[in-house]
Each structure stands twice: as structure tokens, then as C-alpha cells.
Design a binder for this molecule. Structure first.
Ligand code: XIL
Length: 457
């Protein structure tokens, strides 16, 4: 075959192929855009999620709706403390892992719910108090967030820590009695364990500007001003027969603090207003550019924890309800999240200056950031390679008397009291010139005076 004919044939095939691909793409997007919750939310830069009980994934009506309509999931129970650490120090991730796999196979992101909460604690934790409980709680946060690292879009780090009623203060609980700083200790531990997840505070009865939501607002403002790592606030929105007129204004005032907001557990009591309320909540979220997604607390009415309230978007046979249509219309009518949102200044605390001399021609340096409370601490250590880079490092610290390391991540510890050494694990050993890695450890006793020194090999 002469070259020209061969070329023409190839071009024809290429053009036909491109046309076919183009047509398919057009058809696909026309067919899906605006007709499912997940496609409509995604078009607007948001997610639409559902709480899932993994036992139902094998029910085909359930799985069909879930996979068709939702692009985010949260475990209704399977990532809670009682499920993930049924005995102290013995972790169980079966349900959570199963949900993550399902999500990954179906193009869904995962909300993590919830690292610390006064309810659904394992029996052993319910009976604890003081620094033993604080240490156990922080260890729980560290272990669970580390297990799921890289797989969670947003974590509810702390759930329902504020009191109902007019006080605007904290709820009494065993966790609260370990000291008012328990929430920030949890957020710092979660950040150290999974720096890529958005860290949320989540609560209910916050559906408008009221004493409880204002208490939370003040905490978030304080956290932002002091560099406590918080990225988002979840509004559960378990709703009755009316919606606060300042629902959107409340979301907006949190967004204005520099955090994302998410509707995290939406369900609405049945009755004449149900469909309107679902629509109004969706519109409110769409009107707040930092409202990044909505999660409903279950798929069908019969899946709901709210018994006979028929509180969800699908009836028990899997049919779409009027509430569904209102939500879909509101998603389609709403604005998209601006593609280039203004970036906030970094919220994490400035890291301490290196405590060893800056890297010279070789070697490495290490600096520590400490999160301490009475009876315990978490140390996050940053290792920086010198100008020659390193293929392995070793960091030494000397602990105060009475202090001991109980748990280490992203490094291997030798010793637990007095002079303790930490060696790199495989994946963070090799560092180019000036490159940085991080590891951490938790201890009991005082973290005062920890000054890391680094040796490179
Ligand atoms: C509920 C679950 O839906 C139920 O299956 C379980 O028995 C109790 O917890 N706020 C929350 C959720 O943050 O974790 C709760 O989920 C509902 C209220």
C-alpha cells in the first residue's frame, strides 16, 4: 500500500474514532448530568453522601440506589469507638475496611465517623477516667486515623461535645472530665496521623444561630486563632417539621471563620413539610461556597434510625420520594463551588525552630512539636536531611523521669524510658537534600524538655 493511502486510512480511522468518542462523551454526560444526586452534586464541585450499614451492601435494591445516587459514604456505626477498639489496644477494622473498598470500587469518597464521642464507647473506656482515659482516647485517635490514612475525605474527630440548651458550654462526659483541652488534643493527634484528611467537629441542634451553635462557633474561632488544626464543621441536621430561618446564615458564619461546612446526617421528619425542608437545606448548602457536601443518614426510609419517621429520600421499596426531587432540583439549580477558592492562611501552628543545628554538608536535623496534657503527650518530630541527603536516619530524645513512650508511628523505637532512639521505617528513610519527613510518638508522663538530635547514615 502506498504511503499516502495508508496515511489517509489512518487519519480516517482516527477521526472516526474521535467522533465516536466525542459522541459517547456527550451522550454520557447528557444522560447522567442532572439526573442523579451524585452527578448533580459533582457538577457543582460537591459530594452527595449516605450513611451505610455494610451488612446491607448485599441487598440489591439498597446497593443499586447507593451506587447510582451517592458519591460519598459514611459508616453508620462501623467506624465508631466500640466497633473499632472493642478491647483496649485490640483494633477491629472489618466493617470500616469493607466500606472503604466499596467506596473505592464505586468512585465514592469516605467520611470517617467518629473518632471520639461520649456515646458508643466500648465498655472498657466507659469505665475509665483521668489521664488513663485521655491517653486511651488519644491512642484511639492515632491508631484509627493511621489505619485509614489517605482513605478518608473528612473525619468527624469529635462528635457532639456541646451541651443542649442555653448554656453554650460543653456537655459533661468522661472525656470532658479529662480536661477542657481534650478536643484540641484529639484534633492535633488526628492531624499527625492523617495529614491529608479534613478534620471536622460534628454536632446536632446546631441548625440555626442558637446558644449551642454559638458555643461551637466560639470554639472554632479560638482554634483558628491558636493554630489548632480544624478544617470543617459538620451540621448533623436531624430535623423535625420546620427549618430555622437562619439555617443558611449559620452555615455562612462558620464558613467565614475559614472552615468548610458539611451537612453530615440529614434526615427530616415526615409530614407536609418534609420535601420542602429537604429542598431548603440543599439550597442553603449550595448558596454557601464552602458547603462542600451533604450526607443523608441512610438510604431508604426503612434504613433510618428514626423508626417510623420515614425521614429519608427513598421509600422502603426504593422509590424516589418528593423530597428526592426537591433535592435534585436544588442541586441542579445551585451555583458551582468557585473552581479557585481563596486559600486560607495555614491553620497549623508554626513549627518550632530546629533544636539541632541546621543541616550543613551532611547529616540531618530534627525538631519537635509537642501536644501535652496532664499525664501524657504526643510528640510530632520533623526530620530534615542535610545537603547530602540521607538513606536512613536515627533520632534520639531523652525523656523526663517518669515519662515513657507508649506508641510510635512512622518510625521504630528502641527503648521507652530515659534515652530513646527512633529509626526510620523503610518508606521515610531515603531523603534528598533538604527533604523533610515526619514521625510521632505518644507517651505517658511529662513531655517537657524533649530535644531531638538527628544522625544520618
Ligand atoms: C446512630 C445510628 O444511626 C444507629 O444505628 C445507632 O444505633 C445509634 O447511632 N448522631 C450521630 C450518629 O452522630 O452516629 C447516630 O447514629 C445518630 C445521631
Amino acid at each position: 500500500m502506498n504511503h499516502r493511502r495508508a496515511l489517509r486510512a489512518a487519519v480516517t480511522i482516527a477521526v472516526t474514532g474521535a467522533l465516536a468518542a466525542g459522541m459517547t462523551m456527550t451522550l454520557t454526560s447528557t444522560a447522567s448530568a442532572g439526573t442523579t444526586l451524585r452527578a448533580s452534586a459533582a457538577e457543582k464541585g460537591r459530594y452527595f453522601g449516605a450513611a451505610v450499614a455494610t451488612g446491607k451492601l448485599s441487598t440489591s435494591v439498597y446497593a443499586t440506589i447507593l451506587n447510582r445516587e451517592f458519591n460519598s459514604v459514611v459508616a453508620e456505626n462501623e467506624m465508631k469507638w466500640d466497633a473499632t477498639e472493642p478491647q483496649q489496644g485490640r483494633f477491629s477494622y472489618t466493617g470500616g475496611d469493607r466500606l472503604v473498598s466499596h467506596a473505592q470500587a464505586n468512585g465514592m469518597s469516605v467520611r470517617g465517623h467518629a473518632l471520639l464521642w461520649h456515646q458508643q464507647q466500648p465498655g472498657w473506656a466507659q469505665g475509665m477516667s483521668g489521664s488513663a482515659l485521655r491517653n486511651a482516647a488519644i491512642n484511639h485517635v492515632t491508631q484509627v486515623a493511621t489505619h485509614f490514612r489517605g482513605k478518608i475525605h473528612s473525619w468527624d474527630v469529635v462528635n457532639e461535645a456541646f451541651a443542649d440548651g442555653g448554656s453554650g458550654g460543653r456537655r459533661d462526659s468522661n472525656l470532658q472530665r479529662t480536661g477542657n483541652d481534650w478536643i484540641e488534643a484529639a484534633f492535633r493527634a488526628a492531624r499527625a496521623a492523617d495529614p491529608g484528611a479534613k478534620l471536622c467537629y460534628n454536632d446536632y441542634n446546631t441548625d440555626g444561630i442558637n446558644a449551642k451553635s454559638t458555643g461551637i462557633y466560639n470554639m472554632v474561632r479560638d482554634f483558628k486563632s491558636r493554630g489548632v488544626p480544624i478544617d470543617c464543621v459538620g451540621f448533623q441536621s436531624h430535623l423535625g417539621t420546620s427549618l430555622a430561618s437562619d439555617y443558611q446564615a449559620n452555615l455562612q458564619r462558620f464558613a467565614d471563620l475559614g472552615v468548610d461546612v458539611q451537612i453530615t446526617e440529614l434526615d427530616v421528619m415526615t409530614g407536609g413539610n418534609q420535601a420542602n425542608i429537604f429542598g431548603a437545606v440543599t439550597r442553603a448548602c449550595m448558596n454557601v461556597s464552602r458547603c462542600t457536601g451533604i450526607t443523608v443518614w441512610g438510604v431508604r426510609d426503612c434504613d433510618s434510625w428514626r423508626g417510623s419517621d420515614n425521614a429519608l429520600l427513598f421509600d422502603c421499596n426504593g422509590n424516589k420520594k418528593a423530597a428526592y426531587t426537591n433535592v435534585l432540583n436544588a442541586l441542579n439549580a445551585g451555583p458551582a463551588i468557585p473552581t479557585d477558592p481563596p486559600t486560607d492562611p495555614p491553620t497549623d501552628p508554626p513549627t518550632d525552630p530546629p533544636t539541632t543545628p541546621p543541616p550543613g554538608t551532611g547529616g540531618c536535623s530534627a525538631s519537635v512539636s509537642l501536644n501535652s496534657w496532664t499525664g501524657g503527650f504526643v510528640a510530632t518530630v520533623k526530620v530534615t536531611a542535610g545537603s547530602a541527603g540521607t538513606s536512613g536516619w536515627n533520632v534520639g530524645v531523652t525523656l523526663a523521669s517518669g515519662a515513657s513512650v507508649t506508641n510510635t508511628w512512622s518510625a521504630t523505637a528502641t527503648g521507652s524510658t530515659g534515652a530513646v532512639r527512633f529509626a526510620n521505617v523503610d518508606y521515610n528513610g531515603r531523603l534528598g537534600a533538604g527533604q523533610v519527613t515526619e514521625f510521632g510518638f505518644q507517651g505517658t508522663g511529662s513531655g517537657a524538655g524533649i530535644t531531638p538530635t538527628c544522625t544520618a547514615s
